[in-house]
Ligand binder design. Sequence first.
Ligand SMILES: [Zn+2]
Length: 377
Amino acid sequence: MPDTRDQRSRQSKSHGSLFRLIAASPSPMTMKQLSMSLGVSLPTVYQNVSELIERGLVRSCGEQSSSGGRRPNSVGINAGARISLGISLAGDSISSVAVDLQGHTIYSSCIARELPRSADALADLLQEETERFLKATSFSRGLLLGVMIAIPGFIDRESDTIFNSPLAGLSDIPITLLTDGLPVPAYAEAAAVCGGCAEYHTRPSDCNMAYLSIEHEVSGSVFLDGRPYIGNNNRSAEFGHICVEENGKTCACGNRGCLETYCSATRIERDSGLSLDQFFDALGRRSAEEREIWNDYVEHLARGIATIITCFDCEVVIGGRICQFLGPHFDNILLHIGERKLFNSHDYPSVILSKHAQYGIPLGAALMLIEDFISHA
Ligand SMILES: [Zn+2]
């Protein structure tokens, strides 16, 4: 008799939890440990593990004799059984990261180039990048779960379109225009959500976190109780458009005084006439001109972050390409944020720098596919 939908759903959940536990463990787990951790019987664990071994996702790390033949007494993830690729499109580069089932990076690449300003040319570029990865690594494309494309901008899930991505030059473009030509299943997600996923991956699964992404645009993502909170229109956490200066500079969104106009990488490059490397180098040498721009930057960044904390009362992670330069200035930034504490509270949430400065966005994109696979294994 075929399984009912409920049976299949329970089975999938049970497999997913078991597989997640095995995947997350740095060392092999015994059947007894799995049974106790999941609160399910040993026979059920044996049955589910056997199925995962048959599919090549889990390997036996030791066997014992039993009346039914030899059975595994401990198992570990077969990390290379599936891989995924994340590709990030930024205004001036295309970067890729591939990960295995344990989330380990097995490939990374960043190519500086101006992105083409048409969907067709971008689709060709994505195909080229995917093929380049497959050639460079010699992985069988059968192992590749798919490609997640990180788009800097809004994605409309209702219509599956890229609603607006000024940096990629896309507006009202069906996602399939970018993905249909790829040799493997392909998907798209907002870059800030991908960046947040890379960070969130290393945290307890039920924690709350706000991720502030500072690239050439400023955006973000929020994770509440272990899930991304995307809002009613997939536009939550648009931190770049928090007002940090009443009647301030005009923003691309049509409002004035947005965080993005004061704290994007573009702002620094435009006002200083320098690249980010050159700017922070000059700042380190205490150049007065750069110091003035920086003081204004920090002031507005602190206002933006304090607003995020006021709204969400959770840890804030600063990510994106700017964060690789913030280390020497971070204490000063924290000082400015601290001056805005509500009621001078002692339990103010922490603000930290992302550990994934350069590859956070494509890494998070790749991890999203792995997470999804593990959940449904
Ligand atoms: Zn704005």
